[in-house]
Design a protein around this ligand. Structure first.
Ligand code: NOJ
Length: 576
């Protein structure tokens, strides 16, 4: 067969076998891929929408809300694990990576979600729990059955140091020893998370192969990428050196410890490169739960910018727990200079909701808009967390007996668990916020009567409508899509300001992070806009009319997003 014909045939076979989704979407004029302009939305499937009224959200519920997400301006949804699972860690304990948990529906429901998403231009991202499985996974069931079982070495088994003594001092991040004695085979297995979440032994090539096969199964069903759970915990020091003990005790009463020998080992990057090779075949994105807290470490997760994670989550914003212009300025500059594509988020299913962290109880509506105005206008990809667009707040358990999240029971009252940030989405003022007609698995807070989608859609000044406005701009405004980040007025202690500048266009963002009104002056001559005029694109507590950049007045926590126009030309344009 002539060579050309053979390669055409091979290409056809490859295209067919990888499905229509494998076709690469063309990068834009700046070479940006789809995920660089997408707005990601994380949703907790138990809590998003309940289609069968059993009190727990499900896949069909998500499908029914795709139009809402589309109208909001969402391009990709990241669904926390919905695979078969005993649900000890609400899905982060997987017992079958290639099936949907019946509580959430069926594979057919999932296929339907992907297809309906595709019709609306919404991609589906799944959560790949790479570090551990459930103790109910058939691999572990076999592994613990005998020391010679075929899957024995798929997990990390070791002898104790002595009678009743674990192999070393490593602690589970969910409290107490990371080693669990298994009486049947009289060895300990290692679990960085719950006892029911044994760590896989990624040094075993059979484990690597089995795990690398999982994404392909889902890519072929049309999934557009994965959020990789806890990637920094994949490898442990085979020498099992004790971790350094630090002063003090943690919220579980254990000694503080530096996880020096059981997290962030360099072999993680080998696995990331292999996962990336698979993702690239399907034009898929990899988001990493990397917990990087400094820029040097963040940079490593990008690899050479084409071979590891496209979107490492740096969590730097989640570390800033007060509104502070200098602090945010510093974090943004760091991420911006890391030379990778930034990823911004404020909260998720493990982190208290942003209004609980930044709200002052008086200006919360305004602060919610301020935060939206910040991370939705930066260069990079934002990951929203369901409910933040309506200003949902934590509904924390008040009594230990009400806690569902196991860490909240182990650590009560210092660690109350993560139930508070995982409560049902507030759809309307109907009972249970319109989430279910059954008994919701977690209670909705009384504030749902006002804080809900239906009411906010009707109110032009709502948080939801502000999000919709800013997300609309993010998709259409060239400077916001493509522009570089230029810090402005860097000495201002109260107002965080920057430009997004692209070719001849620029958008200015000014965010008053203080509870007092502020007057700011901008001289944009160095950026090529002498005597600039600002024309509002979105404003809450900022000017509503076009005006000179030389005086901008902002209300407490005011947010102002404006198009920049140079001098005379600008004066002719009407305000908005
Ligand atoms: C990180 C997830 O975000 C968290 O919810 C989970 O408990 C742990 N990884 C264990 O999988």
């Amino acid at each position: 067969m002539p060579l050309r014909l053979l390669s055409a045939l091979l290409l056809a076979v490859a295209t067919f076998s990888t499905g229509v989704y494998a076709q690469k979407s063309a990068p834009d004029a700046e070479g940006h891929a789809w995920w660089q302009h997408a707005v990601f939305y994380e949703l907790y499937p138990r809590s998003f929408a309940d289609s069968n009224n059993d009190g727990t959200g499900d896949i069909r519920g998500i499908t029914a809300k795709l139009d809402y997400l589309k109208d909001l301006g969402v391009d990709a949804i990241w669904i926390t694990p919905c695979f078969l699972s005993p649900q000890v860690d609400f899905g982060y304990d997987v017992s079958d990576y290639e099936n949907i948990d019946p509580r959430y529906g069926t594979l057919a429901d999932f296929d339907q979600l992907v297809a309906e998403g595709k019709k609306r231009g919404i991609r589906i991202i799944l959560d790949f729990v790479v570090n551990h499985t459930s103790d109910q996974h058939p691999w572990f069931v076999d592994s613990r059955s005998s020391r010679t079982a075929p899957h024995r070495d798929w997990y990390v088994w070791r002898d104790g140091k002595g009678p009743g003594q674990p192999p070393n001092n490593w602690l589970s991040t969910f409290g107490h020893s990371a080693w669990q004695f298994d009486p049947k085979t009289r060895q300990y297995y290692y679990h960085f998370f719950y006892i029911q979440q044994p760590d896989l032994n990624w040094r075993n090539p059979a484990v690597e192969k089995a795990m690398l096969d999982v994404p392909r199964f889902w890519y072929q069903r049309g999934v557009a990428g994965f959020r990789l759970d806890a990637v920094d915990t994949l490898f442990e020091d085979p020498g099992l050196h004790d971790n350094p003990v630090l002063p003090g005790r943690n919220k579980y009463g254990d000694p503080n410890m530096e996880n020096k020998y059981n997290t962030k080992l360099p072999q993680v990057h080998d696995v990331l490169r292999k996962l990336r090779t698979g993702a690239d075949q399907y034009d898929a994105v990899l988001i990493g739960e990397t917990w990087t807290k400094d820029i040097a470490e963040l940079k490593q997760y990008y690899g050479d910018h084409s071979n590891e994670l496209q979107m490492p989550m740096d969590f730097l914003f989640t570390e800033v727990n007060k509104l502070s212009a200098p602090e945010f300025r510093k974090q943004i500059a760091g991420v911006d200079e890391a030379n990778g594509w930034p990823v911004f988020l404020f909260s998720n299913h493990d982190i208290r909701r942003q209004l609980n962290r930044y709200g002052d109880g008086q200006h919360d509506q305004q602060i919610a808009k301020l935060l939206a105005g910040l991370y939705l206008t930066l260069r990079g990809t934002p990951i929203m967390y369901y409910g933040e667009e309506i200003g949902m707040v934590n509904n924390d358990p008040k009594r230990k007996e009400d806690v569902q999240d196991p860490i909240g029971r182990t650590g009560w009252p210092k660690e109350i668990g993560r139930d508070g940030e995982r409560t049902p989405m507030q759809w309307s003022a109907d009972p249970n916020a319109g989430f279910t007609q059954g008994k919701p698995w977690l209670p909705v807070p009384p504030s749902y009567k006002d804080t809900n989608v239906a009411s906010e859609l009707k109110d032009p000044n709502s948080i939801l409508n502000f999000y919709r406005r800013v997300l609309g701009l993010r998709h259409t405004n060239e400077a916001l899509r493509e522009g570089k980040y230029v810090a402005l007025n860097s000495a201002d202690a109260n107002v965080l300001s920057y430009l997004r500048q692209y070719k001849n266009s620029a958008v200015l963002v000014a965010l008053n992070m203080s509870g007092a009104p502020q007057k700011v002056a901008f001289d944009l001559t160095p950026q090529g806009f002498a005597s600039a005029t600002l024309r509002p694109l979105a404003s809450a507590g900022g000017p509503s009319e076009a005006g000179s950049a030389a005086t901008v007045e902002l209300q407490p926590y005011g947010v102002y997003i404006a198009e920049v126009q140079a001098g005379a030309a600008a004066a002719a344009q009407p305000g908005q």
